[in-house]
Design a protein around this ligand. Structure first.
Ligand code: FMN
Length: 199
């Protein structure tokens, strides 16, 4: 339902004044407890994003993984909930569900043939199609000699109306300066979530 939020919004307003006992959709089961369904739609459509970062990532040789671990710990210390998805084993439906409430997406990828790893590109395309309520996005990852990972991912997510927080891309294994940049990224995300009242 995520991409149809605007239409659902209008339709929820239309039915506000009606008293009804049953919801009989054009397909699927009938519901005799309409409040349960209507309340769920209200939550999905009207609620602000939550204090959650969704972090889909993959790592071939462990560098991006180290960056992910650092960012996750730094965010946790700052009270931000993180849902991380190792895309080599993730059920993509679970990633889609996590996107319903998240305030920020951070995409973690090594550079492969100048762009993101293909499974990361797939996850980015999915997030773009779902148009979740996300307000912020960033990218972290490692490269070897030359990368266009940030530009490529940015081009894959035009539907996401997000503010991009400066990415952290490092050469090879992350070093002290990269860990500091990840700490800073966590701080910025926590601050933006707080300023926006994400609970
Ligand atoms: C198949 C393959 C393609 C790669 N292509 C590039 C590339 O185009 N540009 C680059 O800078 N590094 C490239 N690399 C190097 C990786 O991005 C680099 O080793 C990175 O540190 C891996 O991160 P990871 O440890 O998280 O997997 C490639 C590596 C592999 C295995």
């Amino acid at each position: 339902m995520m991409p149809f939020r605007a239409q659902i919004h209008k339709n929820l307003e239309k039915i506000e004044d009606y008293q009804f006992k049953i919801i009989a959709p054009s397909h699927g089961p009938m519901y005799n407890k309409p409040d349960f369904i209507i309340n769920a739609y209200h939550k999905w459509v009207f609620d602000e994003p939550k204090n959650i970062v969704v972090l889909p990532f993959i790592s071939m040789h462990g560098s991006t993984r180290k960056m992910v671990d650092c960012l996750v710990s730094a965010l946790a210390i700052k009270g931000v909930k993180v849902e991380q998805f190792d895309l080599s084993v993730t059920d993509i439906g679970k990633l889609a569900m996590a996107l319903v409430d998240a305030g920020t997406i951070v995409i973690g990828t090594p550079t492969v043939l100048t762009g993101p790893h293909p499974v990361v590109a797939y996850a980015a395309v999915l997030a773009n199609a779902l148009r979740p309520k996300l307000k912020f996005a960033s990218i972290i990852g490692s490269y070897g000699w030359g990368t266009k990972v940030v530009e490529t991912i940015a081009g894959l997510i035009p539907n996401l109306k997000v503010e991009i927080i400066p990415p952290v891309i490092c050469k090879g294994q992350p070093r002290e300066v990269d860990y500091q940049a990840l700490e800073k990224l966590a701080e910025t995300i926590a601050q933006k979530h707080q300023e926006n009242g994400f609970k």
